[in-house]
Design a binder for this molecule. Structure first.
Ligand code: C2R
Length: 179
């Protein structure tokens, strides 16, 4: 067992293939940016079912607060993880083929009663990271405060854009930032 294998984890990020990595990366960035301990694994319900199940048990033992599972096509990973734990599972459907991610969306979101998977948009990894942090924040007021600051920063950005667009529109100029 490596040293990292026994460390505490807040969020476990799993993906069905290394080809999903770039799509899932914003989940890792969002969760780590909020100070959470994240472990990232390539594990498949189809191709490595035993290793995936073993990791779920290990992550639970290490205190994981939420799982994020990204997969494309016949995306069963989130459901397979949900079947093995009552910790919250967030599914990220990934556009990995000819159906634009609609296949993965349906496979992830259409869980049977009793096995919930909180499904974000196709490719919505950033929201998955934020949602995992919101789940963890229920028992962590400091994390909750960091999330409030993150929201406030987003709000400020939109209001600045609004200001900029209104100023350029009223001066009859072209699109802001292009002049
Ligand atoms: P490859 O690029 O490795 O052929 O994988 C992966 O998430 C990926 O998007 C193609 C797609 O297959 C998906 N995959 C799943 C699962 N394992 C791999 N949907 C699973 O367990 O659900």
């Amino acid at each position: 067992m490596t040293a990292s294998a026994s460390k505490a984890i807040d969020v476990a990020v799993m993906m069905g293939s290394k080809s999903d990595l770039e799509t899932i990366r914003p989940a890792v960035k969002a969760a780590e940016g909020l100070g959470l301990a994240v472990e990232v694994r390539v594990l498949s319900a189809h191709r490595t079912p035993d290793e995936a199940a073993a990791f779920v048990a290990d992550a639970v033992r290490r205190g994981v607060k939420a799982f994020i599972c990204g997969a494309g096509g016949a995306a069963h990973l989130a459901g397979a993880v949900a079947a093995r734990t009552t910790r919250p599972v967030i599914g990220v459907p990934i556009n990995a083929g000819s159906l634009g991610g609609f296949d993965a969306l349906l496979a992830t979101v259409q869980m049977p009663p009793g096995m919930p998977v909180a499904t974000v948009a196709v490719g919505g990894a950033e929201n998955a990271g934020l949602l995992a942090a919101q789940i963890a924040a229920v028992a962590d007021p400091e994390l909750g405060a960091r999330l409030e600051r993150e929201r406030a920063a987003r709000r400020k950005k939109v209001l600045e854009s609004d200001e900029e667009v209104r100023a350029s529109a009223s001066s009859g100029g072209g699109s802001p930032g292009t002049r």
